[in-house]
Design a protein around this ligand. Structure first.
Ligand SMILES: C[S@@+](CC[C@H](N)C(=O)[O-])C[C@H]1O[C@@H](n2cnc3c(N)ncnc32)[C@H](O)[C@@H]1O
Length: 248
C-alpha cells in the first residue's frame, strides 16, 4: 500500500476509505482503543481537560468525536448551562456515542451531528473550546481542518487536540515498533484482515496512518499557519501521543 501514499499519509479516495474504516470498526472501537492505549487513553483525556482550563457554562465543540469519549469529559467539565456539540463524518460512530450517553449521568445533553471537519457547519467565532482526538491523521487536508477549528473559535478561545506521534528515543521507538506490530496482529481478531475499498484492513490503517503524518514541532507549525497563537505540544506516554494546545 505504500505506493498509494502520495504525500504524507494522503492518497486518492482517502475520505471514503476513512469513513468505511470507521463504519466497519465502530462497534468494537472502544474495546480495541482501550487495548491499544493500554488503558492510558483516559489519562490523556483528563490531561486535555486540564489544558482546556475553565470551561464552565461555555460553548464547546468536539471534532471527529467518534464514540464520544472526549465529548463526555467536556460535558462533565463544562457542566450545566454549557453547550457541547460532537461532530463526526461517520454516522455509526455517532449512533454509538448517543447510545453510550444514555447510560451516563451527564450535566448537559450533547448535540451529536454528522459533519465534516473540513467544512464545519458553524458560524465564525461560535465556540470557546474546540477539542479533537486522533482525527487529524484521518483527514485529507490537515491545515484546512485546523483552520476550520480556528475559524469557529471565538477570540480568546482554545483548541486542545490529541494525536498519535512517534517516540524520539531510539530505545523507546524500538519497543513502540514491536507494539505497533502487535496491535496490527491483535486487530486481526476484529478486522479479520479484510481489505476495505481494496485497501489495507482497518487496523493496518490505524497504525500505518502515522507514517508521513506530521507531529511535534511540524504539527505546531500547522497550528500557527492556521492562525493560532501560543501553539505548543505536550508529550505523553514516552512520545506515543502528543497533546496540542493553542489559542485564538
Ligand atoms: C480515531 S477516531 C477518534 C474518535 C474519538 N475522537 C476518540 O477519541 O476516540 C477518528 C474519528 O474521526 C472521524 N473523522 C475522520 N475524518 C473526519 C472528517 N473529515 N470530519 C469529521 N470526522 C472525521 C472518524 O469517523 C472517527 O470517528
Amino acid at each position: 500500500m505504500a505506493e498509494e501514499l502520495k504525500k504524507g499519509n494522503q492518497f486518492e479516495g482517502k475520505e471514503e476509505y476513512v469513513k468505511d474504516v470507521f463504519t466497519e470498526i465502530a462497534d468494537y472501537y472502544d474495546e480495541m482503543n482501550d487495548i491499544m492505549s493500554m488503558g492510558m487513553v483516559q489519562g490523556w483525556h483528563r490531561f486535555m481537560m486540564k489544558k482546556a482550563g475553565d470551561i464552565s457554562g461555555k460553548k464547546c465543540l468536539d471534532v471527529g468525536t467518534g464514540t464520544g469519549e472526549i465529548a463526555f469529559h467536556v460535558a462533565r467539565k463544562a457542566g450545566p448551562g454549557s453547550t457541547v456539540i460532537g461532530v463526526d463524518i461517520t454516522p455509526r460512530m455517532l449512533e454509538l456515542a448517543e447510545k453510550k450517553e444514555k447510560d451516563l449521568d451527564l450535566p448537559v445533553k450533547i448535540d451529536w451531528r454528522v459533519g465534516d471537519a473540513l467544512d464545519l457547519d458553524f458560524e465564525d467565532g461560535t465556540f470557546d473550546l474546540v477539542t479533537s482526538g486522533y482525527m487529524l491523521r484521518n483527514v485529507t487536508d490537515i491545515l484546512k481542518a485546523v483552520s476550520e477549528m480556528h475559524r469557529v473559535l471565538a477570540p480568546g478561545g482554545k483548541v486542545v487536540v490529541a494525536e498519535l506521534s512517534k517516540p524520539k528515543n531510539r530505545i523507546v521507538r524500538y519497543f513502540y515498533n514491536i507494539y505497533m506490530k502487535r496491535i496490527k496482529k491483535y486487530g486481526r481478531k476484529y478486522d479479520k484482515g479484510e481489505a476495505i475499498d481494496g485497501r489495507q484492513p482497518a487496523y493496518d490503517w490505524l497504525t500505518s496512518s502515522i507514517e508521513g503524518f506530521p507531529y511535534g514541532e511540524d504539527m505546531v507549525r500547522i497550528f500557527r499557519e492556521a492562525g493560532f497563537e501560543n501553539a505548543r505540544y505536550h508529550v505523553k506516554s514516552f512520545g506515543a501521543v502528543n497533546i496540542y494546545v493553542a489559542s485564538k
